[in-house]
Design a protein around this ligand. Structure first.
Ligand code: C2E
Ligand code: CA
Ligand code: CA
Ligand code: CA
Length: 279
């Protein structure tokens, strides 16, 4: 077993250095990705189940590397967070999302809200509210068309500061949702004190909702809780009709997932909106 242990050690050592190398490669490339225009936003429609209309879309970051191809955020956001690159990247995401919304509104599409993901590092910046106010002014986008997605973990790091920041953001007029609700540190004690608009039920509760009674119970409980607190509920990761009919039955307000659409590139958003409007 000792011999094996030693071999394992050597193997995992090699693994670690390969991982470290890949990380360094991503980090160095990520520094240039912004300047080289390699980042783009995809948008995933969120469909309101009462009106059957698209009221909002979530902006999801994509990195098209010239040699490595498409890199998903799961691979580079954690590195961006560790290195602090998430701050300039996050600024770019907010500005670009607002610009695109304004552009589409100016082109005559019915106004749609864009939901932007925030990282903890961004949320804790002292000038976050100022930055967002400036972008909205610069782009001349009505604040009601911007939504910020935060997580329970982010607010639970410093509850009182978080409530203060959220209040300032609400005063600006933007929307706020709690993402991946139910998967992080429980914020149940504070939920009534958070000035938020929406809870997003995590995909992990939706994907087995047709087989797993616990997922049903959680989805029902979150929806009831949200509605009692006058919050809206988004079910994310809805991929098929069965899941759709179940979240509908539990009175979720909005659905996001492959059943309606994958995240779409700029061109595809426009095509999707054209088709959806005329259908
Ligand atoms: P998230 O915020 O929970 O975003 C939802 C993820 O679920 C997205 O993955 C989306 O493409 C995927 N998804 C949506 N519908 C379905 C479905 O029906 N089935 C399945 N299997 N997946 C679905 P994506 O785009 O790879 O993003 C992963 C995560 O990266 C996001 O999770 C978010 O935490 C983070 N992220 C993405 N863009 C940004 C950004 O601009 N800033 C920050 N800070 N984080 C971002
Ligand atoms: Ca999100
Ligand atoms: Ca989510
Ligand atoms: Ca998630």
């Amino acid at each position: 077993a000792k011999k094996k242990g030693r071999n394992q050690y050597e193997m995992s050592n090699a693994d670690i250095s390969a991982g470290g190398f890949e990380k360094l490669l991503i980090e160095n490339n990520l520094r240039r990705a912004l300047e080289n225009d390699e980042l783009s936003l995809y948008f995933q429609p969120q469909v309101n189940l009462k009106s059957n209309r698209i009221m909002s879309m979530e902006a999801l970051l994509r990195w098209k590397h010239p040699d490595l191809g498409m890199i998903l955020p799961g691979e580079f956001i954690p590195i961006a967070e560790e290195t602090g690159l998430i701050l300039p990247i996050g600024d770019w995401v907010i500005r670009t999302a607002c610009h695109k919304m304004k552009e589409w509104q100016d082109d005559g599409y019915p106004p749609i809200r864009v939901a932007v993901n925030l990282s903890a590092g961004q949320f804790l910046q002292n000038d976050l509210v100022e930055k967002i106010r400036n972008v909205l002014t610069e782009v001349s986008l009505d604040p009601t068309y911007l939504e910020l997605e935060i997580t329970e973990n982010m607010v639970m790091q410093d509850v009182h500061k978080a409530i203060d920041v959220l209040q300032q953001l609400k005063e600006l007029g933007v929307w706020i949702s709690i993402d991946d609700f139910g998967t992080g540190y429980s914020s149940l004690n504070y939920l009534k004190d958070f000035p938020v608009d929406t809870l997003k039920i995590d995909r992990s509760f939706i994907y087995d909702i047709d087989k797993n009674p616990s997922s049903v119970a959680l989805t029902k409980a979150i929806t009831t809780l949200a509605h009692d607190l006058k919050l809206k509920v988004i079910a994310e990761g809805v991929e098929n009709y069965k899941q759709l009919s179940m979240v509908k039955q539990f009175s979720c307000d909005v659905v996001q997932g492959y059943y309606f659409s994958q995240p779409l590139s700029y061109d595809h958003v426009v095509r999707y909106l054209n088709e959806y409007q005329s259908s």
